[in-house]
Design a protein around this ligand. Sequence first.
Ligand code: COA
Length: 332
Amino acid sequence: MQKINAVITSVGGYVPEFRLTNAVLETLVDTNDEWIKSRTGIEERRILKGEGLATSDMGVPAVLEICKKRGIDPMEIDCMIVATVTPDMVFPSTANLICDKIGAKNAWGFDLSAACSGFLFGLTTAASFIESGRYKKVVVVGADKMSSIVDYSDRTTCIIFGDGAGAVLLEPTTEDIGVKDSILRSDGSGKDFLHMKAGGSLKPASIETVTAKEHFIFQDGQPVFKAAVKGMADTAFELLERNSLTGDDIAWLVPHQANKRIIDATANRINLSHEKVMLNIQKYGNTTAGTIPLCLWDWEKQLHKGDKLVLAAFGGGFTWGATLITWGYDSN
Ligand code: COA
């Protein structure tokens, strides 16, 4: 029997209209445009405004775009994986809510919590489902409403994060294209440097936790920065090496958009010229699980069948990794 590969056949995305610029952040905290741009590369981020709107409301248009472009009905989706750390509710899963909102009544699904590496973890999981032959259409969504867990009086985190969602459809093929290889890692001892203190079973929500602002992101930036540079660069390098590839063979690096300096270090490590690096951090900031599919969404028209892409991420947990894919279609 011929080997079944899992290939991305459609990409969708959604970013809210409201733009939170560095100039506006200057009015909220003691910061300035020059510092933010030079230390992170970010100029503005999108924020989901409006009562009753949540992560699923960004996932829905992203998934509907996938279906429209591919000409499929949501009823054809077999499985939906939603990578997020800002689910609409603790339960039911955001995957369930998206399926309900779009009428994907034949799908099962679940949320995957791996912070900024969530999309890569989801993509690798979805690819395995397809490669096994069990499922034919698996959707992976990376979506986060980071503004729901950001403290806009903390200048070390509020400058970084934004809201957004991206999604891809994976389908089987016997062609030599698709998701080729992944190196994924996690290390729970990294929790000390990036976490949310309360709201879980360890420290349920209480008046005290709200007063102490423990439902916001806590980040100790420097150790996260160092681990991110090492984790993303090392796994991207190792992935190329074990597939006998060099930077010259790679059409695009698709990095998690946490900090432009982390992205530059990863590109340098695999010897990749900077024109081959997808970069949209300046306009969206760090959308956590959304960054990588949003890059694919922004660059889709420039991708060609056979292009080799390295996707690389690092996130809270710690979680990190790199995935090699051969792009499956020309879009016009
Ligand atoms: N505006 C102005 N000054 C700021 C600032 C801001 N928004 N935030 C911090 N500073 C100050 C600090 O207080 C510090 O001042 P001091 O020297 O007087 O103490 C100085 O700038 C340097 O702070 P530092 O934390 O060393 O800055 P940095 O260069 O490490 O940049 C981050 C901070 C958060 C941008 C950086 O550490 C980072 O990107 N970390 C990883 C983030 C990440 O990837 N997170 C998500 C996981 S995917």
